[in-house]
Structure formats: C-alpha cells, structure tokens
Design a binder for this molecule. Structure first.
Ligand code: ES4
Ligand code: ZN
Length: 330
C-alpha cells in the first residue's frame, strides 16, 4: 500500500501532544469571535503566516497568545474534539494529552472549566470511537516552583472526579535557564501522590537536563530528549533502561533545533536501541499531525516499513496504559 495508508493502518499512541497546540487557526478565529476576544491578525491566512519560528521561545509567545481565546467549557471541549477527530483519521488508538492549566487560570479561567471541557470530549470519544486517552497536567517551567505547587493544590480536589483521565504530571515551556532541579520538590509530591511523571528535556536544553529529569524528578519518560546524544553515558543509560523518548520531528524542524529533516537523529537513536516514539507536539503550529511526522521520517531518514512498525509498537509500549490494554494493540 501507499506509505500514508500503511502508516495510518498501524495502531499507534500519541504521547506528546499539547492540547493548546492542536488549536487550528480556523477554530482560534471562531472562538475569538464567539468570546469577543480580539486577535491581532486580520485573517486565518495572516495568522498562519506568523507561524515562522526561530526558537522555542518565539513559538511559545504565539502559542500562549493563541490560548487566550479559550474561555468556556465548550471551548476546551471543541478544541479537544477537533483534535480527537483528526487523531482518529491517523489511526491513533490511544493519546496522552498534556495541558497547561497555568496558561488558563492566570487569565481567570477556572481549573474546573479546563478539566470539564476536555473530559467531556475525551469520554465521548472513548465510547463512540473507542480511542482511549489520559491527561497529563503540565507545569510551566518559566514560572516558579511555588506557582506549580499552588496549581497542583488547585487541581487535586478534582482528582477523584477525573481519575479515569488524569494520570500524570509533566513539565514544559522554555527549557533554557529553567533546569529540572527547580521543580524537584513539587515532582516529589506528585510522585508520592501516585502520578506518572514526564518532563520535557534535551529539546533546546543540554543533555544534563535529561539526566537531571531522571535523577532529580524521577520521570519515567522524557519529552523530546534528542540532545541526549551529546552525552554517551546518558545515551547508554537510556538504552539500558529503555527510557522512552517522545520525539517530535516537525517540532524540532520548525523550532530550528535541527536545520533540515535529513539532519534529525531519530533514525540513529532508534538503530542504537533507544525506545524512541514519534509524536506531533503542537500540530496546528508545526504543520503536521502524527502520521505526517512518521512519513517525513520515512522519506528523509530512510526508515524502513519495519522501523515504522517498531515506532508504532514503541508508542504503545511507552504509554501509561495497563499491560492488558497494551496487549490489545500489539
Ligand atoms: C512546547 Cl515544543 C514545546 N516545548 C516546550 N513546551 C511546550 N509547550 C508547548 N509546546
Ligand atoms: Zn512538547
């Protein structure tokens, strides 16, 4: 079959997806109109033209501004439903969705509103399409640890109500100057509470941040982690311990972590035995969903169909699904 048909047909999990980064310009404009929010762009096309980034920070500035149109429970529902419909087309069978509550609570949106909108969409999709999903509440690392702790405390009263979805804690936003150690205490509390832990590391930041995320935050999975290659000892540890990396090739390209797709190290990591997965990160901003990322890797890195199968199997293996549910997808 054609490459796209083949990749779509592979049962796969998406493990690195910021729901706010799935907000397409068309929906952003619709929500802005619905909520009476002013967008500093004349049109959907003008907004898309602004999506030219030279760094993580240049993207984050637009991403946080774009999230400003999200006000009501229905907005969070509609954004989540739009993503899930797109994921279904890509043959995604399970998704672990990161969200940034601080981006919303700082604007006066209630924590409950954020959870309720996403949960209504995810529960509907679970019963209608059979796609399972978890939520990973992510702290913004450019803010203080005290702010993260307060965010955790504000969300904990909702834990029981959303226990079918909210299983994990993540760490995202600007990596440079915000090392994992800054969040050691809040992550220790999250671990004691029984949450699964992940953190962005080794995207723009150095390999040291990957090691620190493992040692100081006790995370089970690294988001990005592509710069781990710069530290041979760390790389061997990732291989020996089969610590998953949630790699996002289009993200790395658009944020100029790499200069061109052929320079991406995914194939090298995979062939060394790293538990690598392919994900979309912020698909509305980076120009492609998860299948587009697989295809670009196949075309530019020479991945074989067998390697594409391994990547899809890795995504199931690296997920936080219980073993019996993983087995249904292998
Ligand atoms: C993100 Cl690509 C990336 N890196 C760090 N934080 C993020 N939040 C949304 N996308
Ligand atoms: Zn990310």
């Amino acid at each position: 079959p054609a490459l796209r048909t083949f990749v779509r047909s592979l049962p796969k999990a998406e493990l690195h997806l910021h729901i706010e980064g799935s907000l397409e310009p068309e929906l952003m404009f619709e929500l802005a109109r619905r909520n009476g929010v002013d967008l500093p762009y004349a049109s959907v096309d003008a907004l898309r033209l602004a999506y030219a980034f030279d760094s993580l920070q240049s993207f984050l500035d637009l991403y946080y501004a774009g999230a400003g149109v999200l006000i009501t429970e229905r907005d969070f529902h509609d954004m989540t439903m739009a993503y899930m419909n797109r994921a279904k087309e890509d043959g995604v069978v399970h998704v672990e969705i990161m969200f940034d509550p601080q981006t919303h609570t700082a604007r006066g949106v209630a924590m409950e509103t954020v959870f309720a909108g996403m949960a209504r969409a995810l529960r509907k999709v679970r019963s209608s399409m059979g796609i399972t999903s978890y939520l990973i509440l992510s702290f913004l690392r450019h803010l203080t640890e005290a702010d993260a702790m307060a965010t955790l405390e504000a969300a904990l009263p909702l834990r029981e109500q959303y226990k079918d979805l909210w299983i994990g804690i993540g760490l995202d936003s600007g990596e440079r100057g915000n090392p994992p150690g800054k969040f050691a205490r809040v992550f220790a509390r999250c671990k004691a509470l029984g949450f699964r832990l992940v953190a962005h590391a080794g995207e723009e930041g150095p390999a040291d941040y990957v090691r620190d995320a493992l040692d100081l935050l006790q995370v089970e999975r690294i988001d990005h982690g592509v710069r781990s290659e710069e530290d041979a000892l760390l790389l061997q540890r990732l291989i020996d311990q089969q610590i998953p990396l949630t790699v996002c090739p289009f993200s790395n390209l658009k944020l100029q972590v790499i200069k061109s797709m052929p320079q991406h190290n995914l194939a090298r990591l995979l062939r060394l035995g790293v538990m690598a997965t392919v994900n979309s990160d912020d698909p509305a901003y980076f120009g492609g969903y998860v299948v587009d990322n697989y295809i670009a890797c196949a075309e530019h890195l020479g991945l074989t169909r067998h390697e594409l199968v391994v990547l899809a199997q890795n995504s199931i293996a690296a997920s936080f699904l219980p073993p019996e549910q993983k087995n249904e997808h292998f």
